[in-house]
Ligand binder design. Structure first.
Ligand code: 5GP
Length: 199
């Protein structure tokens, strides 16, 4: 029997560097990355099916109604959701699957999959967060302010996560997450079946 893969949920405020860390992670080890659906407009560099599946609000609502999403949430005026079929398929193949999602979605998935490993990524400090958000030049100033406000609300939820990783240097953050995933393979709940052999 194939051992099921681990579901790894990575959250963190806008500007925590999640996108870059996740991109590096999938290059360093064999992870399957879930591509979300969103109603947000694509940024210049974003490609359909690579960064997101870009949907109209009606298309997104149809996905909800047809039970195609594992979870979904509204974030700063747009909808975001995780396509269910891909995630379930990869986990059943024994692949470790990464979901890069915000805090409400993360809480919903953790409820359905208590064994999922949740990681909260944070920038070293508030100044760095603001610098990263304004420096990337992908959002207008109103959106940046909304995201900074949202970031301070999201950080309050840090204690709900299993692990916290400070993204001071990308390589460090990637290594820390790889260590967490390796250690998670030895969590005691994975051995409940095994102990039956010892009885
Ligand atoms: P962005 O617009 O910067 O790409 O993403 C905004 C927020 O939505 C980020 O915190 C990102 O992690 C989150 N997000 C992306 N995809 C999903 C998803 O499928 N579900 C949920 N709940 N959040 C998502």
């Amino acid at each position: 029997m194939i051992e099921k893969g681990t579901l790894i949920i990575i959250s963190g405020p806008s500007g925590s560097g999640k996108g870059t860390v996740v991109e590096k992670l999938i290059n360093t080890a064999s992870y399957a990355l879930s591509i979300s659906a969103t109603t947000r407009h694509p940024r210049d560099y974003e490609k359909e099916g690579v960064h997101y599946f870009f949907k109209s609000v009606d298309e997104f609502k149809e996905m909800i109604e047809n039970n195609k999403l594992l979870e979904w949430a509204e974030f700063c005026g747009n909808y975001y959701g995780t396509p269910k079929e891909y995630v379930m398929g990869k986990l059943n193949e024994g692949k470790n699957v990464i979901l890069e999602i915000e805090v409400q979605g993360a809480a919903r998935v953790k409820k359905i999959f208590p064994e999922a490993v949740t990681v909260f990524l944070i920038p070293p400090d508030k100044e760095e967060l603001r610098k990263r958000l304004t420096g990337r030049g992908t959002e207008d100033s109103e959106t940046i302010e909304k995201r900074i406000q949202r970031a301070s609300e999201e950080i309050e939820l840090l204690p709900n996560y299993d692990y916290v990783v400070i993204n001071d240097e990308i390589e460090n953050a990637v290594e820390r997450i790889n260590c967490i995933v390796k250690a998670s393979k030895f969590e005691s709940h994975r051995y409940i079946e095994k102990i039956k052999d010892f009885k």
